[in-house]
Write a protein that binds this ligand. Sequence first.
Ligand code: KOT
Length: 754
Amino acid sequence: MDIEKKLVDELGKNIIEATNEEIYRALVSVVNKAAIDKEERNGKKKLYYISAEFLIGKLLSNNLINLGLFDEVHELLEKNGKNLGDIEELDAEPSLGNGGLGRLASCFLDSIATLGLNGDGVGLNYHMGLFKQTFKDRLQSEIPDKWIDKDTFLIKTDVSYPVSMGGKMYNSVMYDLLVTGYENRTNRLHLFDLETIDSSIIKNGIDFDKEAVDKNLTLFLYPDDSDEAGRKLRIYQQYFMVCNAAHLILDEAVSKGSDLYNLDEYVVIQINDTHPTMVIPELIRQLMERGLSIDDAIEITNKCCAYTNHTILAEALEKWPIGYLKSIVPQIVPIIEVLDDRIRRKYEDESIAIIDRNDFVSMAAIDINYGYSVNGVAGLHTEILKNTELNNFYKIYPEKFNNKTNGITFRRWLMSCNPSLTKYLEELIGEGFIKDSFLLKKLEEYKDDKNVLNKLSEIKMQNKQAFCDYIEKTRGIILDKDTIFDVQSKRLHEYKRQQLNLLWAIRRYLDIKAGIIPEERVTVIFGAKAAPAYTIAKDIIHAILSLMQLIENDEDVKKYLRVIMLDNYNVDVAEKLIPACDISEQISLASKEASGTGNMKYMLNGAVTLGTMDGANVEIFENVGEENIYIFGLSSDEVIAKYKNGSYDPKYYYDNNAEIKRAVDFLVSKEMIGLSGKDHDESLERLYNEFLNKDYFMTFPDFDEYCKVRNKAHSDYKNQDEWSRKCLLNIANAGYFSSDRTIEEYNRDIWKLQ
Ligand code: KOT
C-alpha cells in the first residue's frame, strides 16, 4: 500500500505543510480504512465479549503496529520533519475502564483478532472515561476526562434499538471501534450510547445530576455507587448495555440463518464479571418475544452464556434489591423469578438461590446456575472459588468450573511500549516470539553471555532515562536513573497494600534520619487512583504524598531515598513506566488478588517481582524459579485460616514490634501532621487508627519479612551481571503470560469457534 499517497490524499496537501493535528486526523482515517479492508464476514459462530469496561489505551501506534504500517509511517513522517511521538500526544486515551478487568478485556480483543477468531466486544460509550487524577494539598481530586470531544477512532453506525427502562423508551446508537489483530483480521468493539447525553449537567469535579437518565446514562464510566441514585444508574447502564447486546446478537444470528432454536451454533456470550449478567434474563425475554416458549428460551440461553469471575472480595459481588429492578426493568423481573423458582425446586439449597431472603438478586447466582462455564482468572483464584467462595455451587456443578489464567498482549506491552528491547530480542532469537510467545524461551541460551547481559542492562538504563525525561517534562520532577526503580502501580486498594510499601519507606526514612545510611539508593515510585468515595484509599495517597513532600525537601534523605507518587496513572503512563522498572511490587495479601496482570507486564519488560504467593504471582514463581523472584508473606491458606478463626489482632504486633510501632507512629508525628500547617490532620489520624484497630488486610504480620526480602533484592541489585541474568530469565519465561495463550484456552475449552 502506498501510505504516502493515501496520507497526502487525505490531507489534501503535502505532509511538510500539514500541522500535527491535520496529520493526526488523516492518520485516523487512513488507519480506519486499512482496518476495514481486513474485516471478514465469514464464521458461523461468533463470540460476543460483553464487558462494562474496556480500558483501551491510546490507539494510534497500536493500530499502526497491528496493520504492519508502523515503520513505514514512522519513516515517512521523519522524512517530512514530523515526529510520530508528537502526533501521538494528540491521541486521546479512551479510559473506559477502572483497572485490571477493563484492561484484560482490551488485551483479549487484540488476541481474539490476532488469532483470527470471529469475536466482537460489546460495551458502553462513556463520554468521560475514568476521572483524571490531580493532587492538591497532598490530596487526590478528580476531574472529568472528556476523550470524545477530540478526534477519535470511533465510527458512528446506523444500528439503533429501543430500550425500555423506568417506564420510558430510549433509542440507542451504536458506535464502533475497529480492532485489528496483529497481521490478521479486523473485529469490532461495539459501544452503545444515547444521542441525548448532556455534559452540561456536570457540576463540580465529577458530580452530576444522577436522576436525569437521558442526559447522564453513558456520561461517565460507572459512577459512584455509594448512594441510592448512583446504584440505580448502574442498573440503568447495565441493562442498557445488555438489552442492546441481545438485540444485536439475535439480529446477527438470524441474518446468518439461525432459527433461534440452534442459537448456540451461532453465538457464544462471555460475561465479564457480573456487570453484564442481566443479558441472561434479557436474552430469554427477547427469545420469547420472537416466539420461543420460556422452557426453550432458558435452555438455549444456558447453552450460549459463560461467566468469568474476577474477584472474591465480598463488596464486589453484585446484589441488586429486587425493588430497584422492579422500578427500572420490570420486564425481566418475572423471568428472574422463574429462574429462581426452578433452582429452589430442583436443589432445595438456599445458598445457591438467585433471590435471597432479603429480596436481593445475586447476579453471580444467575450466571452460575444459567451459564455453562464459570472460570477464575488464575490457578490459585480458581481453587479458592471452588473450595471456599463458590463451594456450594461447585458441589452442584463441578463440570462448569475451569481456570483461565490471565494474559497480556505482547503487541502493546512489549513491541509498542519497549521498541528497543523488542528489536534486540528479534536480533537474538528472531521475530517468531511475537506470534508464538513461548519462543521467548530461546533467550535462556544467553543467560551466561556477558555481552547479552550487558546489553539488557543498557536497554533498561535507556528506558529509565527516557522515563526520567518524560517525568521532568510533564511533572517537573528530576529523577536519577542510577538508583533502583522500585515500582508499585495499580489501583489503590487496601488489599493491594500500598500501605505496606509505605511503611517500608517510612522505616527507611527514619533509619536515614537516625544516621543509618543504606548501601543502595532507591527511587520508590507509586502510580494509583483511588475510587472517589473510598476514604481510606485516599488517606493512603495522602500519607504517601506527605512522605514524598518531606523527602523532596530534605537534601540529606533525598540522596538515598526518593518517594514519588505519579498523578493520573493510566495506560499511557504505564507504557512509559513499566519498561523502566527494576523491581515490580506485587504485594497483595495472599488470596485477595484474583490474578493481577501488571505483574506480567513488568516481568515481560525485564523487571524482577517482589511479591506474595497470590494470584498469578504463583504462576510467575513456577515459571521463573525461586532464584529469579522475591517471595515473602503469609500463604493464602494461612490468611484464610486467620480470617476464619478471627485471631488477627494488629495491636499485638504494634505492641510487640518496635519497628512497626515506630513506622505507624510516624504517620501522626509532628513532621507529617505539620505539613498541613495545623496541629492535626484528620486523614493521617484516620489511617493511623485504621492500622491499629483494624488492619483488615494484615500488613503487620507480613512487615518483617517484607522488609528483609526487599532489602535483599536491593542488595542483590549491586551485582549487575547476576541481576541482569534474573531479568533475562524473567523475559525468557514470560511466554506463558501472553493473552494469545489465554484466548487459545478460552476458545479450546469454552467458545469452540472455527
Ligand atoms: C470490580 C468490581 C466487581 C467485580 C470485579 C471487579 C474487578 C476485578 N475489577 N478488576 N478486577 C481485577 O481483574 C483483573 C483481571 O482479571 C485481575 O487481574 C485482578 O486481580 C482483579 O482485581
